[in-house]
Design a protein around this ligand. Structure first.
Ligand code: ADP
Ligand code: MG
Ligand code: ZN
Length: 558
């Protein structure tokens, strides 16, 4: 049988090989044994029932919670010439009847339904006339109150399952904690079933949590190093989506908003533009993303704290589906935590308990100084064993060295002074790197002694340094990306009386085309480390060449 399954994989779906666990699950189903499949989003759950459906004589029923998900799948199957249809409220009476007739005549291999359609008497009667071989429940976590989108209708499946005594039951989900898993097994009576648990570790996702200080500024910095990369920014509220969208637009970003308050037409259009790469960024509430299968999402940023680990995991799961590196950043603040706590306090009973547990688990992830993969995988019941994943901020910071950055700080600070403390970090970096931009030339800043003295660093590095100088209170700034002015402490640096130390945050430095070209296996080799080492060597070389005091372009401080 599995040979035939492989044949379908190659010749109907056009894929070379099974993904992890697909073959095992399909074998189990073809043996007519029940199964629970827990596989991350994008892992390839659909094939686990689509291939058996083609090999069974009878009908395969697929219960799915969302009409849009059903529609996408059915359309795709029809393109492969597979007789698949759905029954739901979006069909006209005529279409509905035609689909019913096709089921009755045994022309259909796969029937997609929402649970509420399945519960209807006429549906049950129709299906009673059919030989149902496989009863599939997709997004099976909806059955559990402990899951993140509980659907009371899913509860009815317990009863309905009895209608199909000869059918194998296959339940699939991407989000099942041990607790939810138990619920699914209990409710669906998967007593003798086997559970297939795929690893939830997405090795190509770089995980990072940053303190939310000046979120707009942080976002702009993050985007600055990700030009042309496709990405999603999640916000907590519609209002926040709108505000951030406007700000990003103002800064010239290619961006569209997405939230449930927009018309369906507009939502679809914005989503379509994002998928086709007509725009670079989508700013969205959690309403965005269900069922989206865009391979080249290079980053997912959380402007606000996600509601719980499950939704966080689902959302970051939309990044890096092509297996190349993708970056996931959460801006985390205590006030966000209080916002969520406030909503939890409005709830009661189990719902409140569940929400509280979710918050606690998520804070564990946000606040850990261990590898981020430990609490994340732990949440899904998996023990993460590697000491250093090399792909999260905490793992990288273990060997982040605090360096003497005095020379570079002096260059930057003196350049800020030379230009009258009227410019932002980007402009100052341009001068340091000898940019021939119009603005620089018009201002005569190519005549400055600080012009072109900072070529050894990429612009991104200078921006990071500037950030660090702001954080360490050498520089002052009134607004996001506003002009930088020097503090008294900075004058001490310029006078050579104080040294500047810091560890530049490496996780944001290596980006752009280089990051795109890497393959997953190279990602595993932790390329960030070696690139940074190269940079560091280069800097050392440079420092060695220069006599001390390194950069005596001291401004006229009198
Ligand atoms: P899930 O439901 O687990 O989130 P899907 O079934 O939607 O994932 O599959 C995600 C993507 O992976 C789809 O584009 C699908 O065509 C692709 N895919 C699934 N199985 C394979 C495979 N064996 N080889 C290559 N691509 C696959
Ligand atoms: Mg799916
Ligand atoms: Zn790690």
């Amino acid at each position: 049988m599995i040979k035939e399954a492989r044949n379908k994989l190659n010749n109907v779906f056009g894929y070379e090989d099974f993904r992890p666990l697909q073959e095992e699950v399909i074998t189990q189903v073809l043996d007519k044994e029940d199964a629970l499949v827990i596989m991350p989003t994008g892992g390839g759950k659909s094939l686990c029932y689509q291939i058996p459906a083609l090999l069974f004589d009878g009908l395969t029923i697929v219960v799915s919670p969302l009409i849009s998900l059903m529609k996408d799948q059915v359309e795709q199957l029809q393109q492969y010439d597979i007789p698949a249809i759905f029954l739901n409220s979006t069909l006209s009476p005529d279409e509905y009847q035609r689909n019913v007739d096709r089921v009755r005549n045994g022309e259909i291999k796969m029937l997609y339904l929402a649970p509420e359609t399945l519960m209807m008497d006429k549906t049950r009667k129709l299906l009673a006339t059919q030989n149902v071989d496989l009863f599939t429940i997709d997004e099976a976590h909806c059955i559990s109150e402990w899951g993140h989108d509980f659907r009371p209708d899913y509860r009815e499946l317990t009863e309905i399952r009895k209608d199909f005594p000869n059918a194998t039951c296959l339940a699939l989900t991407a989000t099942a904690t041990p607790r939810v898993r138990e619920d699914i097994e209990d409710i669906l009576k998967l007593d003798n079933s086997e559970t297939f648990l795929a690893s939830f570790d997405r090795k190509n996702l770089f995980l990072k949590v940053a303190d939310k200080e000046d979120p707009l500024e942080q976002t702009l910095d993050f985007l600055y190093t990700r030009k042309k990369q496709s990405g999603i920014i999640y916000c907590f509220s519609r209002k926040q989506v709108e505000e951030l969208y406007v700000e990003l637009k103002k800064e010239g970003h290619s961006v569209k908003p997405y939230h449930a308050g927009l018309s369906k037409k507009l939502r679809n259009r914005n989503q379509e533009m994002f998928i086709r790469d007509d725009i670079q960024i989508i700013v969205a509430t959690i309403a965005f993303g269900m069922g989206i299968d865009k391979p080249n999402v290079r980053f997912v940023m959380h402007y606000d704290l996600p509601k719980n680990i499950e939704s966080y995991y689902q959302q970051i799961g939309r990044a890096g589906r092509d297996g190349l590196r993708a970056d996931c950043l959460v801006l985390y603040s205590r006030s966000d935590k209080q916002k969520i706590q406030y909503f939890i306090n409005q709830k009661e009973g189990t719902e409140k308990k569940v929400a509280e547990k979710h918050l606690k688990d998520m804070l564990k992830f946000m606040e850990t100084d261990e590898c981020r993969r430990v609490p994340l995988m732990g949440y899904f019941g998996e023990t993460y064993k590697k000491d250093n994943c090399g792909m999260c901020d905490n793992c990288l910071s273990i060997d982040a060295e605090v360096e003497d950055l005095t020379v570079h700080a002096q260059k930057f600070l003196s350049c800020a002074v030379r230009t009258g403390e009227q410019y932002d970090a980007y402009y100052i970096a341009d001068i340091l790197r000898g940019s021939t931009k119009e603005q620089v030339l018009e201002n005569g800043h190519d005549e400055l002694p600080t012009y072109n003295i900072g070529n050894e660093w990429a612009k991104e590095q200078w921006i990071l340094l500037a950030r660090m100088l702001v954080n360490q209170e050498y520089l002052d700034r009134n607004e996001s990306h506003g002009p930088l002015s020097l503090t008294d402490q900075a004058r001490a640096v310029l006078d050579g009386k104080e040294n500047v130390f810091g560890a530049l945050d490496r996780s944001d430095t290596v980006v752009g085309d280089q990051a795109m070209e890497r393959t997953t296996s190279e990602v595993e080799k932790n390329y960030e480390k070696d690139l940074f080492e190269q940079l560091r060597d280069k800097r050392k070389e440079l420092a060695d060449e220069q006599a001390v005091p390194p950069y005596a372009i001291f401004p006229d401080t009198t």
